[in-house]
Ligand binder design. Structure first.
Ligand SMILES: [Zn+2]
Length: 363
């Protein structure tokens, strides 16, 4: 039978020191998927819960729509869904589809859903499935200005950066110089569009995908959060420091799966976690959180989200005098406080904690 597993669930805590626990729901069928899963009775499961990209929601594709890899990942393929975010997710959970992608990104806010583990082979690009990670972007190639939002570019660039960094792959992102529909040698670019791979019939992401912008976002690491400017200055946080800024680093480390206590004291455990995080991101592992590590560490947070990143936001709001509970649940009260904070800091008021808002929190 087909079964689903959730990757990570935050365990509620009243002492602001949440832990992350791997939850394995063996031999259960998610109610939402039950109707679709009947058809994939013999399919195999992913070997373990996803830890590929903690900012993503894990909502697995039906295992009849992907298979095991036989070669390692070396490339990223940029796609357009030609349909809605929700519709694409639903389709990849339907065994009738015979297709899937590792990730789907929502146009409106850049929300990322992971559906196939990177270690598995999603079916998104025919003869290039074996060595690629596929990212589907919500929208239509015929209407790029309506669908290819800043939030989606930023979220996608962060994801691609992570995929490359975790494998120590060079950031050879297509710059658009040869035209949007050129078939490009794999050796020259390891991040390119569906249309740019050999022997493809699809045209996504189309002529409206901004490759120079995307390349800049991936290579500079400036995609974190909506509308970020690429040259923010961040405070230096390092071993021996104490305070709210350290607590934010600790919460964000928790969000990325590291086991640290958010006590606001930068001790040896935090130092080790920072170094491991830096190494995982292809950054210099010096244990110092500054201009390079902050943008990599911050994760988009907005209403409806939960977990350690939300506690980081809430704890910062409390520090700034807002009366919000540090409960890890980004509800209307937190949304309201974030908007108020953004207004007070001269930021765009959208309730979305992206890189600019994190930066103001950090200072
Ligand atoms: Zn495609």
């Amino acid at each position: 039978m087909c079964r689903t597993r959730r990757s990570r669930s935050p365990t509620s805590s009243r002492n602001n020191a949440p832990t992350w626990r791997i939850i394995k729901t063996k031999n259960t069928i998610d109610g939402l998927l039950a109707g679709l899963l009947v058809a994939c009775a013999a399919a195999a499961l992913p070997a373990a819960a996803s830890t590929d990209y903690p900012p993503a929601i894990w909502n697995p594709a039906a295992s009849c729509n992907y298979s095991a890899r036989t070669v390692s990942v070396s490339h990223v393929a940029v796609h357009t869904t030609q349909g809605s975010y929700a519709g694409s997710i639903s389709w990849f959970q339907n065994c009738s589809a015979g297709v899937s992608a590792h990730y789907v990104i929502r146009s409106s806010d850049g929300q990322v859903t992971q559906m196939v583990r990177e270690a598995d082979k999603a079916w998104h690009i025919g003869n290039s499935n074996g060595y690629t990670v596929g990212i589907e972007h919500e929208g239509y190639v015929a209407n790029p200005s309506a669908w290819y939002t800043t939030a989606m570019y930023n979220a996608s660039a962060d994801l691609t950066r992570d995929i490359l960094a975790s494998r120590a792959l060079a950031q050879k992102v297509y710059d658009g110089a040869s035209g949007w529909n050129a078939v490009l040698p794999d050796a020259n670019f390891d991040v390119k569009g569906h249309v740019n791979y050999a022997s493809q019939s699809h045209t996504d992401p189309g002529s409206g995908w901004d490759w120079p912008r995307y390349k800049q976002l991936v290579t500079s690491g400036s995609g974190s959060g909506g509308g970020a400017t690429p040259t923010l200055t961040w405070p230096v946080v390092q071993y021996g420091n104490t305070g709210e800024r350290v607590r934010t680093v600790q919460y964000l480390l928790q969000q990325w799966g590291y086991s640290v206590t958010a006590d606001g004291s930068f001790g040896s455990t935090t130092l080790t976690a920072v170094k491991n995080f830096q190494a995982s991101q292809g950054l210099g592992a010096d244990g110092v959180v500054g201009n390079a590590s902050w943008p990599a560490l911050t994760v988009l947070a907005q209403q409806g989200d939960s977990g350690a990143k939300v506690r980081a936001v809430q704890s910062q709001l409390v520090e700034s005098g807002y009366a919000v509970a540090v409960d890890g649940v980004f509800g209307p009260g937190t949304d309201s406080a974030v908007r108020s904070f953004q207004g007070a800091k001269g930021l765009g008021v959208d309730g979305i904690v992206g890189e600019n808002t994190w930066n103001k929190f950090a200072w």
